[in-house]
Design a binder for this molecule. Structure first.
Ligand code: GLU
Length: 296
C-alpha cells in the first residue's frame, strides 16, 4: 500500500502563490509515488469566514484533485481528547497554570531553546494543583522524557530538534496544532508529510508525540517557502500574490500555475509537471516572487 499525502491549510485567508506552490508540491510528491492525496482544513483556530471555500476554489483552479471528503479539525475534538486521555493514563500529562508572560519570564537552563517551556508546573504537588485550579483553568502538557528527537526529511536529511513539555490541550479547551496534526495524519493513513520548511523545527516534537501514541512514522518533506522582494517569506502585503489579485492584472490561472511550476523547474501544466517530477531535481535556492506591477 502506497499510503497518502496531504495538504492541510489553515483557513485564515486566501492562499497566496507560496501556499499554492507548497500545495502543488505536496500533490506532486503524493501522485508521483502512487499515493492518495487528502485535503484537511486545520480550523481549530484562525478560521475566517469564507476562507475555506476560497482556498478550495483556488486549489481546484490550479488543477489539484483530492481523494475522499475534506477533514475539518473543528469536528474532531473528541478524537484529540481521546489521544490525550491515553497519554494521561500512562502518566504522561500534567496540568500547567502558567500564563504566557510567566513562561517567558521564568528562569531557564542556559542551553534551553528559546520559547521552550521551563517546566515550572511539572512537579507541582497535588495540594498545589488543587489550590491553583480555581484561579485559572489549567492547560495540559506532555511530561516529555527527551529534550530532543531526530527525524528524517527527504530534502534535509536527518534533523534533530528540541522537544519540550508541549501543550496537549490549551487552557481554553482547544487542542493545539501539534497534537491534532499527529492524530489526523495517522487517522488518514498519511505517511508522507510535505509542507513549508517553517515547520521543520516543530517536526521533532510531533514525531516524538506520534511515537508515544504508537502511531507509525511518516516521511517528511519540508519545502522552501517562497520569498517576497524583501527576502522575507511571501505575504499578502507583498502585493498581487493571490490568484484573484493576479487575475486583476491580466494573469490567468493557467499562466499563474505555469509560473509556479516553472519556479520548480517543471513544465507549465500539471500533467506535464507530474510526468517530469523528480525530487532530486528540485531547485536548491529559494524562489523570490516579484508580484507584477499594476502596469502589466
Ligand atoms: N495548517 C498548517 C499551516 O497552514 C500546516 C500544517 C501541516 O502541513 O502540517 O501552516
Amino acid at each position: 500500500m502506497a499510503g497518502a499525502g496531504r495538504f492541510a491549510p489553515s483557513p485564515s485567508g486566501e492562499l497566496h502563490v507560496g501556499n499554492l506552490r507548497t500545495a502543488l508540491l505536496a500533490w506532486l510528491f503524493a501522485r508521483s509515488t502512487g499515493r492518495d492525496f487528502f485535503l484537511r482544513v486545520e480550523d481549530l483556530d484562525q478560521a475566517r469566514a469564507g476562507a475555506e471555500a476560497a482556498q478550495l476554489r483556488d486549489l481546484a483552479a490550479v488543477g489539484l484533485d483530492w481523494d475522499g471528503g475534506i477533514l475539518r479539525q473543528s469536528a474532531r475534538t473528541p478524537v484529540y481528547l481521546e489521544a490525550i486521555q491515553r497519554l494521561q493514563e500512562e502518566g504522561r500529562v500534567y496540568e500547567c497554570f502558567c500564563t504566557r508572560s510567566e513562561i517567558s519570564d521564568a528562569p531557564r537552563a542556559p542551553h534551553s531553546p528559546p520559547g521552550s517551556y521551563p517546566g515550572t508546573c511539572r512537579n507541582l504537588s497535588e495540594a498545589e494543583r488543587e489550590r491553583r485550579r480555581p484561579e485559572r483553568p489549567p492547560a495540559l502538557r506532555l511530561r516529555s522524557e527527551v529534550t530532543e528527537y531526530t527525524v528524517h526529511d527527504v530534502l534535509h536529511g536527518d534533523y534533530t530538534g528540541a522537544v519540550d513539555d508541549l501543550v496537549l490541550l490549551r487552557n481554553d479547551g482547544v487542542p493545539p496544532y501539534n497534537l491534532a496534526v499527529v492524530v489526523d495524519d495517522a487517522a488518514q493513513g498519511v505517511n508522507q508529510v510535505v509542507r513549508g520548511d517553517d515547520l521543520l523545527s516543530s517536526t521533532p516534537r510531533q514525531a516524538y508525540l506520534a511515537s508515544l501514541l504508537g502511531l507509525p512514522p511518516v516521511d517528511y518533506v519540508h519545502v522552501q517557502l517562497v520569498l517576497g522582494r524583501t527576502g522575507k517569506r511571501l505575504a499578502k502585503r507583498d502585493g498581487a500574490v493571490t490568484l484573484g489579485a493576479l487575475a486583476e492584472l491580466g494573469i490567468s490561472v493557467p499562466e499563474a500555475t505555469a509560473m509556479i511550476l516553472g519556479s520548480l523547474g517543471l513544465p507549465g501544466t500539471l500533467p506535464e509537471a507530474l510526468a517530469a517530477f523528480d525530487p532530486a531535481k528540485l531547485p536548491l535556492h529559494p524562489w523570490v516572487f516579484e508580484p507584477p506591477g499594476a502596469d502589466r
